[in-house]
Design a protein around this ligand. Structure first.
Ligand SMILES: [Mg+2]
Length: 131
């Protein structure tokens, strides 16, 4: 299970990486904006992505729309400071599978990732499974 982290903040990406490592997800690739993310998707073929909304060059909502032009399957979770309901609706209409508002706790992020994977029919990691 390879996860792509897309956020223009290296600090946020590091926090996400730590949370993912705790959950047993060790295979992580990173991008600082939508342009880099599309390149990483082509090169690294990640299984799912966490996507920030506000980024330079190409923002997250544009990235999600571009991914969904060709890939309806890859689980996409928007992780953003944008908390307004109309934003959440816009993101869901664009094709995200889940939505996490920053600042997030490790627990919330973990729950959303596992719920998203389960709904997509993808197995969560052994480390994240109960027992
Ligand atoms: Mg940002």
């Amino acid at each position: 299970m390879k996860i792509l982290l897309v956020d223009d903040s290296r600090t946020i990406r590091n926090i996400q990486k730590n949370v993912l490592a705790q959950l047993g997800f060790k295979d992580v690739v990173e991008a600082a904006d939508g342009v880099e993310a599309l390149k990483m998707i082509g090169e690294s073929k990640p299984d799912m992505a966490l996507v920030d909304w506000n980024m330079p060059n190409m923002d997250g909502i544009t990235l999600v729309r571009k991914i969904r032009e060709t890939d309806k399957q890859m689980p996409l979770i928007m992780v953003t400071t944008e908390a307004e309901k109309r934003r959440v609706i816009e993101a869901i209409q664009a094709g995200v599978n889940n939505y996490v508002v920053k600042p997030f706790t490790a627990e919330t992020l973990g729950e959303k990732i596992n719920a998203t994977l389960a709904k997509a029919g993808m197995a969560p990691t052994a480390a994240a499974a109960p027992g």
